[in-house]
Design a protein around this ligand. Structure first.
Ligand code: AMP
Ligand code: ZN
Length: 669
């Protein structure tokens, strides 16, 4: 029986690896995405039921879920060099001359796109993905294997005649489409958008929960084979081999016989890059022959056999029509330059952010100035200068606004910040909406189906003005809204109803007290039994709580002093929202487990997993969700599987059975 299951699991893994290869490498899928997902799900369920057949390279590890608190530092066996830069064809010709002089024989080049992301070095052993490490300082980087495994384009199992052990290097990046998707979601959750795909890609690699990394939708391309021995004579052949083993290599890479061909490649991609679905910041040119590469060697910081050609940010001139001001959901004011439409880097640009008053002053901007607009790696174009020759001396200097364009309130500028704010938190329209969006967001009251657009509509229709108003909504009020079907109206109403079960700490975060983020809300909920207790606390008392400083304390006091907030709280209370701690689970029995972390696995027979975890907390310990070096004790029940194996591999984790766990507590069973 168990052999059958093992075989079934192994067959499914092999089949799914093959489909991944067909899809990502050959670009010739043989089954639909739907069928693929079904099979993956089947495998996932089998693996869950049979942890004894754990395999760190299973296609299911794509789905993520592993939590890493600290990424271990790993030395690079082969240093990760940077590249020398060139900015024009003269630089490039100089480089070619140096190469020619050193070699004194014909040289071929490979020209590749310079992907704008985060570089990665991945070790493969016996065809399996073993370890993935960031570039770091070139000598050592962070090991982020679980996160890299979530990227579909990186194979976990190789095909064909691959060498036993080698490193492959490449770039992890985000397509513009996925970058936009992430920002759209962030906006819906009331979070600030990310600046550019590159920083978002490298930031994503450092997320602790690999399931979250998976959701970012990262892409990868591999461009360098590294080992002490090479299974080919040229870089080009290595790329083709890597492809045959299942790696995603760049489709655009080109073998060039002469520098003129390289230049044509550069000229082509300098404009064609805007049609790519991702950002590149230049072209990388590499000497093709590996023995020539060896002869050329390295300088202190980069290979002599490679050169980066950096594209210039595109720059155009256009007229400033006017400066308008946007009020964000937190009340922050952003000045925006409205421009006479102009074509830049393949798109029509009509607006550019001016960020704040200081930037406008620095540019010395006058009304109707002719400005230079640039687009680099950033998505939003930037104004980088003014064409003074074209300035009409009649045009006055731009005067920053004094009052909020949305509500007329006088703006304030916080001392050490360049940004102006509208202080009218409770009645400035974008801020009112922002506060409600925050209230329903996932980490707060988590009211699904109630998106930012619906909230805006409800606000325009004067149906809601603060979070308490949600609870008075009826289905009949929702139905007349644009694009509101019976079903979605019902879902919204039930979502609102369900939010009454959300625990106190999340409500405390959701009501939007300035400076009270998730962590602070948790701390407050731990120290105050109810919102009424919190309301009574003075600033001096609040500061006594761990992690709460003067600024937060004052903001809490101010929040509760406001009569409108008081009214909102009373209304939330009357609707049954959790404004006090539920049944206390924080009862303390002892501190014998202080600073110790626990994880339970396998089938427990002396107690349930929930009870066990509660016991840990009552004795001052902490539960964590994955096996890592941070785990002190793994408590194993019957049929413990992968977690036990992993803990044994790590070596320093103490492994207990259920009775030994009880002994630790001094509790007689
Ligand atoms: P820089 O960061 O400007 O020194 O450029 C070097 C970086 O370019 C490397 O660390 C890689 O991350 C990146 N890169 C992007 N595409 C390529 C490519 N095709 N070949 C080599 N490096 C590349
Ligand atoms: Zn305002």
């Amino acid at each position: 029986m168990s052999e059958n299951i093992q075989k079934k699991i192994e067959d499914l893994r092999e089949e799914l690896h093959q489909h991944n290869y067909n899809y990502y490498t050959l670009d010739e899928p043989t089954i639909s995405d739907f069928e693929f997902d079904l099979k993956l799900k089947e495998l996932q369920e089998l693996e869950e039921k049979h942890p004894e057949f754990y395999d760190s390279n299973s296609p299911t590890s794509r789905v993520g879920g592993e939590i890493t608190k600290n990424f271990p530092t790993v030395q690079h066996q082969f240093r990760m060099y940077s590249l020398d830069n060139s900015y024009d064809f003269n630089d490039l010709e100089d480089w070619e001359k140096r190469v020619q002089k050193a070699l004194n024989e014909p040289v071929e080049f490979v020209a590749e796109l310079k992907y704008d992301g985060a570089s990665i070095s991945i070790l493969y052993e016996n065809g399996k993905l073993k370890e993935a490490v960031t570039r770091g300082d070139g000598f050592q980087g962070d090991e982020i294997t679980p996160n890299v495994k979530t990227i579909s384009e990186i194979p976990m199992q190789l095909h064909g005649d691959y060498p036993d052990r080698f490193f492959i290097r490449g770039e992890i990046y985000l397509t513009r489409k996925n970058f936009d998707k992430i920002n759209k979601r962030r906006e819906e959750e009331g979070l600030d958008p990310f600046m550019n795909p590159r920083n978002t890609a490298s930031g994503s690699l450092k997320i602790q929960d690999s399931a979250e990394v998976r959701k970012r939708g990262l892409s990868a391309v591999l461009y360098q084979y590294i080992s002490s021995e090479f299974p080919a004579k040229t870089h080009w052949e290595l790329l083709q081999k890597a492809k045959s083993w299942g790696f995603h290599i760049s489709e655009q890479a080109k073998l060039c016989k002469t520098l003129d061909e390289v230049k044509a490649f550069i000229t082509h991609w300098d404009t064609a890059r805007h049609q790519l679905g991702f950002d590149i910041d230049g072209i990388v040119i590499k000497v093709n022959d590996l023995s020539q590469q060896r002869t050329l060697g390295y300088t202190a910081k980069s290979p002599r056999w490679a050169m980066a050609y950096k594209f210039k940010a595109e720059k155009v001139e256009t007229e400033l029509e006017k400066v308008t001001y946007q009020v964000g959901r937190t009340g922050a004011i952003t000045p925006v330059a409205n421009l006479k439409p102009v074509l830049l880097a393949g798109t029509v640009v009509k607006r550019a952010s001016l960020h704040n008053e200081d930037i406008i002053k620095k540019l010395g901007l006058h009304e109707h100035d002719f400005v230079f607009v640039e687009k680099g790696g950033e998505i939003i174009p930037k104004i980088v200068g003014v064409n003074l020759e074209k300035r009409d001396p009649e045009n006055p200097e731009i005067q920053y606004i004094k009052t909020c364009p949305e509500c007329g309130t006088e703006l304030v500028k916080i001392e050490d910040q360049a940004i102006h704010f509208c202080p009218n938190e409770l009645h400035c329209p974008p801020q009112v909406v922002g506060r409600m969006i925050h209230y329903v967001s996932r980490k707060a009251l988590n009211i699904e189906n109630l998106g930012s657009e619906t909230i805006e509509q409800l606000y325009r229709e004067k149906l809601v003005e603060n979070p308490a108003d949600f609870y008075a909504l009826t289905k009949e009020q929702l139905l007349p809204l644009e694009r509101m079907a019976e079903k979605s109206a019902q879902n919204i109403i039930s979502g609102i109803e369900k939010s009454k079960e959300i625990p106190f700490e999340k409500v405390l975060y959701g009501i939007g007290i300035k400076h009270v983020g998730e962590t602070v809300a948790k701390k407050l909920a731990k120290n105050f039994e109810s919102i009424d207790e919190l309301k009574k606390a003075t600033a001096a008392e609040l500061i006594q709580v761990e992690d709460i400083g003067g600024k937060i304390a004052e903001s809490i006091v101010a929040f509760f002093e406001n009569s409108e907030n008081q009214l909102m709280i009373e209304r939330l209370k009357s609707y049954g929202v959790q404004l006090e701690k539920g049944e206390s689970t924080n009862e303390v029995l002892s501190n014998v487990l202080e600073n110790k972390t626990f994880l339970f696995t396998g089938k427990l027979s002396l107690f349930t997993r929930d009870d066990a975890e509660a016991m840990v907390e009552k004795h001052g310990g902490k539960n964590i969700s994955a096996v890592s070096k941070n785990l002190n004790y793994l408590v194993v029940g019957e049929k413990a599987g992968s977690k036990l194996k992993k803990a044994q591999d790590i070596g320093i984790i103490e492994i207990l059975d259920e009775q030994q766990f009880l002994d630790l507590l001094g509790t007689p069973s």
